[in-house]
Design a protein around this ligand. Structure first.
Ligand code: ADP
Ligand code: RBF
Ligand code: MG
Length: 187
């Protein structure tokens, strides 16, 4: 597959995520590979991938690829983007990559999350929870960085189109009949 192949700009049916989604994942934001993703306009919050921890063992089973969903973040009160609300968590749309980054040929599996909102400061060390709603595409190798960045920017559009404007893809704190349980994101 090349970058010129058309791909859908929205993922999943209007009726909401289909099994095995949504996946839940949680961890403290750690330092990543330090490749300057931020300079590319695509900072990614890296999460620990501990393949021996049974509570996150699905990460070894889930296919490598690009996923999208919701992230909740417990920012410290002195962070410029902190908002005092009833919950200690704030919710943001996200895209994420799980795998070995074929463009960089990583030897270790990584999980990195790009939040679609802009932040005024870093949030290393903050607790992040993820509700992974669906799969966008497989990870790919690229001829150059521009093609990789273009594909990631398109992933962001797919996530926006898929998460907003469809009730069943929007996280609701109150679980109603048949709806997925998102309360976990808010607690
Ligand atoms: P690293 O190699 O350490 O992961 P990055 O260049 O990928 O460095 O930057 C990631 C850091 O940038 C995150 O850990 C977080 O603290 C911060 N950050 C700021 N804005 C965002 C955002 N929108 N999405 C993800 N991380 C962000
Ligand atoms: N790396 C790859 O090697 N191939 C990919 O297809 C790929 N897709 C990505 C999609 C998203 C949404 C994100 C956030 C990252 C992706 N990455 C991919 C990881 C990327 O190489 C990494 O974030 C670099 O640090 C960017 O410079
Ligand atoms: Mg990163």
């Amino acid at each position: 597959m090349t970058t010129s192949d058309p791909r859908p700009s929205i993922v999943g049916p209007d009726t909401g995520p289909e099994p095995p989604f949504p996946y839940r994942m949680e961890g403290k934001v750690i330092s990543g590979f330090g490749r300057g993703s931020k300079e590319l306009g695509i900072p990614t919050a890296n999460l620990p991938v501990d393949e021996s921890d049974s509570s996150s063992s699905w990460i070894t089973d889930i296919p490598s690829g690009v996923y999208f969903g919701w992230a909740s973040l417990a920012l410290p009160a002195d962070h410029p983007d902190y908002k005092a609300t009833a919950s200690s968590y704030q919710i943001y749309p996200m895209v994420m990559s799980i795998g070995y980054n074929p463009f960089y040929k990583n030897k270790v599996r990584s999980a990195e999350v790009h939040i679609l909102d802009k932040f005024q400061a870093d949030f290393y060390g903050s607790q992040m929870r993820l509700l992974i709603m669906g799969f966008i595409r497989q990870e790919k190798d690229y001829e150059g960085l521009e093609a990789l960045v273009a594909d990631i920017n398109f992933d962001c559009e797919v996530a926006k189109n898929s998460l907003f404007g469809r009730e069943r893809w929007f996280p609701s704190e109150v679980k109603q009949g048949g709806e997925m349980d998102c309360g976990w994101l808010f607690r």
